[in-house]
Write a protein that binds this ligand. Structure first.
Ligand code: NAD
Ligand code: DAU
Length: 359
């Protein structure tokens, strides 16, 4: 069995679906169920007699060492994949406490318990075991338009409390490999999008606000660039790194799909105009509203995934055009999921973040 942490979040839940389709090995999902964790994203598994035999959920914090020690001793996992984190840049700017706690302190506690577990494995169990840490491209900082894309050798230069906390956890993971020989792997992926994405992030937020006749908030001049990867491509890359990545190495993951935020928002509007036209015949583009910029807003991210492609033969299958069409269609077909996870806490966050956001 493998353990996935943060498996009720956006990428973690997609990964569990993907893993159960691609592997026979069962998976245990350890998740604290913060505002971003939703078991409804895994409801298909719970409803499937065959799948649920290979899936187990435990509610808990990656910083709870007693729980971790018990689970590790009981499960004897062959791998742990650490998705659990506070992940939203804007929330880290509004208040970073939870980011420091989960992304740094709790990740340290997790590493300590995994180290203790690893130390008592047999030689053959040790050589099979992997700890895969899911990091982000944001630890590399911001690029200008003329800069080459981030490689794995790019200097760390995190700019937000979120990316700084992720960078700290990366350094801990690196140190646990270097000092204690823990067989770690670290991945740095670019911006993901796809099903089960919490509607506080740009793409699902724009889809939802558009459908509800609300403003589509674009920060600053809308010319910031992100490098978008469809989440299923990310999941396939993680499986490839887990299976064949070299221990102690880091791998960038990205599909060479750089787009400005305005291009992203315009594309979503055009798709909605086609798939769910507004009753008044106007384009959703009329709902776009430029708002105050994010403080310290990184201008551009771009990932060079050559190492992953050449060493492990991974390739992204979706272009931005195919992936965003699938995503918009998924949200149109799954409004019940969105409604079910848009709790009071979500409404409070949206009011606090956007009510006085006019630029
Ligand atoms: P998310 O916010 O959607 O989900 C995070 C999950 O972690 C939630 O289910 C939450 O309940 C859980 N969690 C939070 N704190 C926890 C704790 N202390 N103990 C146990 N569980 C806890 O995040 P996501 O977008 O799915 O991102 C997953 C990982 O991928 C994160 O580490 C993030 O930094 C990284 N990442 C995300 C992206 C992206 O575009 N979303 C890109 C690259 C890397
Ligand atoms: O690059 C990987 C990172 O991508 C992950 O590590 C983070 O966990 C993930 O949240 C994401 O971070 P971003 O800050 O890039 O994603 P977000 O969807 O919040 O914003 C994307 C871009 O859109 C960014 O330039 C800010 C802008 N934006 C965002 C929101 C929420 C807007 O213009 N308006 C908005 O309302």
């Amino acid at each position: 069995m493998i353990i996935v942490t943060g498996g009720a979040g956006f990428i973690g839940s997609n990964f569990i679906h993907d893993w159960l389709r691609a592997n026979h090995e069962p998976v245990l999902n350890l998740d604290k169920l913060t505002y971003a964790g939703n078991l409804k994203s895994l409801a298909n598994i719970e409803a499937d007699e065959a799948l649920k035999l290979r899936y187990r959920f435990v509610r808990g914090d990656i910083g709870d060492r007693t729980l971790l020690a018990t689970l590790l001793a009981e499960i004897k996992p062959t791998a742990m994949i650490n998705f659990a984190a506070e992940s939203h840049v804007d929330r880290s700017i509004a208040g970073a406490d939870e980011f420091i706690q989960t992304n740094i302190v709790s990740t340290f506690n997790l590493l300590e318990e995994v180290r203790a577990y690893f130390s008592q494995l047999s030689a053959s169990e040790k050589s099979a075991f992997r700890f895969l840490h899911i990091s982000t491209d944001e630890v590399y900082g911001s690029l200008s338009e003329a800069d080459a894309a981030f490689t794995e050798r790019h200097q760390y230069a995190p700019n937000s409390p979120y990316s700084a906390s992720k960078a700290a956890s990366d350094h801990l993971v690196r140190a646990y490999h270097h000092t204690y020989g823990l067989p770690t792997l670290t991945t740095h992926c670019s911006n993901n999008y796809g099903p089960y994405h919490f509607p506080e992030k740009l793409i699902p937020l724009v889809i939802q606000n558009a459908l509800h006749g609300k403003p589509l908030p674009v920060y600053g001049d809308g010319q910031n660039i992100r490098d978008w990867l469809y989440v299923a491509d990310h999941c396939a890359a993680i499986r490839a790194v887990l299976a064949n990545g070299r221990v102690g190495e880091t791998y960038n993951i990205g599909g060479r799909n750089e787009r400005t935020n305005m291009e992203v928002v315009n594309t979503i509007c055009a798709l909605l105009d086609e798939l769910k036209p507004r009753p008044d015949g106007q384009s959703y583009i009329t709902q776009i509203s430029f708002v105050k910029d994010r403080p310290g807003h990184d201008r551009r991210y771009a990932i060079d995934a050559s190492k992953l492609e050449s060493e492990l033969g991974w390739r992204a299958h979706e272009t931005f055009e195919t992936g965003i069409r699938k995503t918009v269609s998924w949200y149109l077909a799954n409004q019940a999921w969105v409604e079910s996870i848009s709790s009071g806490e979500y409404q409070t966050w949206m009011r606090a973040q956007y009510e006085n956001a006019a630029s």
